[in-house]
Write a protein that binds this ligand. Structure first.
Ligand SMILES: [Zn+2]
Ligand SMILES: [Zn+2]
Length: 84
């Protein structure tokens, strides 16, 4: 689906396997997921979290945002969230 480099500040996302509707929205979610990996964030249990494991399926329409845990982790890593 995508690859977040562990060492470095870059990441790559592929839209190849995404559905044609909501493509941009799904790509944005995927990019945020990969950026989470770039910040050494691991996969999350919550099905609505950006950091949910893809598991070979396209679940992006169920994903609504970073959960409290992941958001807290990213905030510690100097991310800021403008909405909510
Ligand atoms: Zn992942
Ligand atoms: Zn999470």
């Amino acid at each position: 689906m995508g690859l977040g480099f562990v060492n470095g500040n870059s990441c790559v996302a592929s839209s190849f396997r995404l559905a044609s509707n909501n493509r941009i929205e799904q790509l944005l979610k995927l990019v945020l997921h990969e950026m989470g990996h770039t910040e050494s964030l691991r996969h999350c249990e919550l099905r609505t979290c950006f950091m949910r494991d893809c598991g070979g399926k396209n679940h992006w329409d169920e994903v609504t945002g970073f959960c409290k845990n992941c958001k807290g982790f990213l905030t510690k890593n100097a991310w800021s969230f403008s909405n909510n």
